[in-house]
Design a protein around this ligand. Structure first.
Ligand code: ADP
Ligand code: MG
Ligand code: MG
Length: 208
């Protein structure tokens, strides 16, 4: 079972990774975007941490509603609504419960991915955060259905997210600012796929 406390630890760990990787994320976005992805995500996750410090939450649904709304309102740019929707849908799927079993966790993450798709319409190979998150959730589902522990399943998901992130390098961007570059987007790692791999890595460290 994954407790509310572990979910809070996941969010704090993601915030810490984003802060640590802020300059690297911005450097990636300077190559194929507008050089703000690190700053956007660090600002948003700092606001999330401030909310976690200020109040406690009595359900997974309430926690992730706050997280999603905080990101939507503090992050300018594409990533605010995309990550915001991911967490809002995660919370709606989880509901008014205080813990999640592995199936419910996987289902909530899948709902989050569906929220990203509803918002941004990314498809596989478009060179976006989808290309890290979608294979990660496929790996998570596959591991859980073959009887793996949550720890092992999340480790597999994190490896798949990293591979998905790396696979964005040769892709031609078809969504977001990077798509304006056309062929010149090829050869660069997508910033959003990079931050999403940090999110999944943080889950593997904290949720099992
Ligand atoms: P902006 O491009 O508005 O400056 P950010 O730099 O914070 O926003 O985020 C850029 C990232 O958002 C991209 O690297 C990509 O992964 C993701 N992204 C952009 N547009 C879409 C979309 N339509 N669907 C999915 N992800 C997207
Ligand atoms: Mg940007
Ligand atoms: Mg921007």
């Amino acid at each position: 079972m994954t407790s509310l406390d572990s979910l809070v630890s996941w969010l704090r760990a993601f915030a810490a990774s984003v802060e640590e990787q802020k300059d690297a994320l911005t450097a990636l976005d300077s190559a194929i975007g507008d050089a703000d992805h690190g700053a956007n995500m660090a600002r948003g996750m700092a606001a999330v941490v401030a909310a976690l410090d200020a109040q406690s939450f009595d359900s997974v649904g309430a926690l992730f509603k706050k997280v999603g709304m905080t990101l939507v309102s503090t992050v300018g740019g594409a990533s605010g609504p995309l990550y915001g929707t991911l967490f809002l849908r995660f919370g709606t799927s989880a509901g008014e419960v205080s813990e999640l079993d592995p199936q419910a966790l996987a289902k909530a993450l899948r709902a989050g991915l569906e929220g990203v798709v509803a918002r941004g319409r990314p498809e596989a190979g478009d060179k976006t955060m989808f290309d890290a998150l979608s294979p990660a959730l496929d790996a998570l589902d596959a591991a859980l259905s073959s009887g793996a522990s949550l720890a092992d399943a999340l480790t597999a998901a994190s490896r798949a997210a990293d591979a998905g992130r790396d696979a964005t390098v040769p892709m031609l961007a078809r969504k977001g600012r990077a798509s304006y570059l056309g062929e010149r987007s090829v050869g660069h790692q997508d910033p959003g796929a990079t931050s999403t791999a940090l999110l999944v890595a943080a889950a593997a460290r904290t949720l099992a």
